[in-house]
Design a binder for this molecule. Structure first.
Ligand code: GLU
Length: 204
């Protein structure tokens, strides 16, 4: 299980996300990525510096999610790095943990005509959430998670509602940071310390 960092607020998200990932580096990881609504996802294998160097444009969005991956399902490649998207390409997800029943869920989604780019259990969860996203993303996440066996800390963000990050956990930590010009989510409270001391630990 590796690192999650997310921000939603009034500041430019991209530098906050990259710095957030750097505070999680000590945990070890093989690849990293970010998603910012209005821009899209950027992913890279290897150190956070590789990811930072790939970001040559100005990314102006004020929310985003970021991940350092320690591969459990699928090789440490750029395609397998998080965030992963649903079929519409609008809902993006970062995930720590393991979806144990991902194979059967993937078969059911393939039968509905969905294709998978990566070898990860996480992409299955992203597409499962997307399959229920008919209005309320929060409800879609709830419905999808009822079908999942395994462990997860996750953060979900949609192009359609960039001011809302949906988070959930089961057996993998998620901590919220309440800030003055925005709110934060991380898998590790130490990553929030630079921003706020007002933290909320989620229960499973
Ligand atoms: N099981 C997921 C994957 O292999 C998440 C790994 C992690 O916790 O970093 O992509």
């Amino acid at each position: 299980m590796c690192g999650i960092f997310g921000y939603v607020g009034t500041r430019t998200a991209e530098p906050i996300l990259i710095e957030g990932l750097r505070t999680l580096e000590y945990r070890g990881y093989d690849s990293a990525g970010i998603f910012v609504p209005g821009y899209g996802a950027v992913k890279a294998v290897g150190p956070i510096d590789n990811l930072a160097q790939k970001i040559t444009d100005t990314i102006s969005g004020t929310s985003g999610i970021a991940h350092t991956r320690w591969a459990t399902h699928g090789a440490p490649t750029e395609v397998n790095a998080h965030p992963h998207a649903d079929m519409s390409g609008t809902v993006w997800l970062v995930h720590n943990g393991i979806i144990e029943n991902y194979r059967e869920l993937r078969e059911a989604l393939r039968a509905q005509g969905m294709n998978f780019e990566s070898e990860t259990d996480t992409e299955v969860l992203a597409k499962l959430i997307g399959s229920f996203n008919h209005g309320s993303l929060e409800e879609a996440v709830r419905t999808a998670l009822k079908m999942v066996r395994g462990t997860y800390g996750l953060a979900v963000l949609s192009e359609r509602n960039p001011e809302q990050i949906i988070v959930a956990r089961m057996g993998s930590p998620i901590v919220l940071g309440v800030g003055r010009d925005g709110h934060f989510v991380s898998s590790d409270a130490s990553a929030l310390l630079a921003h706020t001391k007002d933290v909320v630990y989620l229960d499973d």
